[in-house]
Design a protein around this ligand. Structure first.
Ligand SMILES: Cc1ncc(COP(=O)(O)O)c(C=O)c1O
Length: 440
């Protein structure tokens, strides 16, 4: 296997780590002992002395080569890999590299890590659009959701408008925000039959529910319960129109749990029109497990929920502090680089193409109901299916016996769920359709 080398410190060239913990100056402040007070040692070229990270090369034009970067069991069709990412060879190489450095000389690795963290934020910005300042680093979607809803300045009587389709993490974060601030959550149902959801219906139902007391609109980009994708950009544009007519204190902040759209929809986040979007990078992006980001258009409305170790400025301020599983966090740059080499558009097209063939194949099978809309405008990679007379958990077990890995949605109304992605291939979709048909 051929290899390419990449300087491991992606943040090289920044003004060192100095000042990144500028907010931690008082004697009583439990600032970590490793906080850099001046730039770490550098080579003559100005790059920190971290050595080379060697990442395996692959052919981004060849889907077989892309799939070969994942160590997944090739005897199984992996339609649930997006739930928690398997590590690519590139991510694994980076993790091993950073782990060895942390183990060998923790102090130096930590000092240089502040630059690596900045490099991760830059890599994220390169992938999502916008600037590194607009990226906060988290450990998961759930942590990002807490940063978002926990940091808003809400008052008794304010209304948070949400929906009946959100994941537990949003439900709980909103319940806690209600308890903490006295704000009230109101939930709207955006569709009755997910398969029949349309952009018009999804838009009308949400916008009609916005009232004079609404200060926050909080939704989920792609519902993991049904696979329905919301028209976030249409919501964002309408909310911006409303905000133009409101006083500053009455304006609506638009928050999104973006996890099942991130890496499955080809759009720059600044074009979505939301204010904040929280997502794990350990699902469709196939980044290191235990990583995520919050994207923020302008961080002003948010107060930190967890003290940061990353500095007082913009997104860094909203990156929860404490020491993390740094070898995973620093390796996130490799996941963004992997997708950028293939092309975000090609990754998404590959996912959508398989999801569409899967939905079309399952449509019309007696006893099988496709719950997710066929239209790619209102869906992404998730495909939910109801199999008459069979609990989804049983369907999952039977499919696995036939070599198909699927999952059951963790909601009161549970469905069988398959998620084609870059780790699956169009050749596996036909057999998946036949296997689901055979369940009936
Ligand atoms: C819509 C949605 N949001 C959030 C999460 C939680 O993600 P994380 O494990 O990254 O916190 C999930 C879990 O799969 C989800 O389906």
């Amino acid at each position: 296997m051929t290899t390419t080398t990449r300087r491991s410190v992606l943040g090289a060239g920044l003004a060192g780590g100095a000042g990144l913990l500028a907010g931690c100056s008082s004697d009583a402040d439990p600032a970590p002992a490793t906080a850099p007070t001046r730039s770490p040692p550098t080579t003559p070229s100005g790059t920190p002395t971290t050595g080379d990270l060697v990442v395996p090369d692959f052919d981004p034009e060849d889907w077989a080569s892309v799939r070969a970067q994942f160590p997944l069991d090739t005897g199984l069709a992996q339609f649930a890999a997006y739930v928690l990412s398997p590590h690519t060879a590139q991510v694994s190489a980076a993790i091993a590299h950073h782990r060895a450095r942390l183990d060998r000389d923790t102090d130096t690795a930590l000092h240089e890590g502040y630059l690596l963290e900045e490099g991760v934020r830059r890599a994220a910005a390169s992938y999502v659009g916008g600037t590194a300042d607009q990226i906060a680093l988290t450990d998961s979607t759930t942590m990002g959701i807490a940063v978002m809803y926990g940091g808003l300045d809400l008052r008794p009587g304010d209304e948070i408008l949400s929906t009946t389709h959100d994941f537990f993490s949003t439900e709980e974060a909103l319940r806690l925000a209600e308890r903490r601030t006295g704000a009230v959550v109101r939930r709207v149902t955006l569709y009755d039959d997910p398969a029949a959801a349309t952009v018009d219906q999804l838009t009308t139902r949400l916008l009609d529910a916005i009232g004079p007391r609404t200060r926050v609109v909080g939704v989920t980009w792609v519902h993991s319960s049904t696979g329905v994708r919301l028209p976030i950009a249409a919501y964002g544009a309408a909310i911006a129109d409303l905000n133009r007519e409101r006083d500053a204190a009455d304006r609506i902040t638009f928050c999104v749990d973006g996890v099942h759209g991130f890496g499955a929809v080809d759009v720059d986040l600044p074009d979505l029109g939301c204010d904040f979007l929280a997502t794990g990078t350990h699902k469709w992006l196939f980044g290191p497990r235990g990583t995520g980001i919050v994207w923020g258009r302008d961080w002003t409305p948010l107060t930190e929920l967890i003290p940061t170790f990353s500095g007082p400025q913009d997104g860094a301020r909203l990156s929860p502090g404490g020491y993390h599983d740094f070898e995973h966090r620093w390796s996130l740059s490799e996941a963004f680089a992997f997708h950028e080499r293939i092309g975000r558009d090609r990754v998404v097209a590959r996912t959508v193409e398989q999801a569409t063939v899967l939905k079309e194949g399952l449509t019309g099978i007696e006893g099988v109901t496709v719950v997710t809309p066929l239209d790619p405008e209102v869906s992404a990679g998730i495909v939910c299916v109801d199999v008459r007379g069979m609990p989804p958990a049983n369907a999952v077990m039977t499919l696995r016996e036939g070599g198909i890995v699927a999952s059951a949605t963790p909601y009161q109304q549970s469905y069988l769920r398959l998620g084609p992605s870059i780790v699956t291939s169009p050749d596996e979709v036909g057999p998946a359709v036949s296997a689901v048909a055979a369940l009936v």
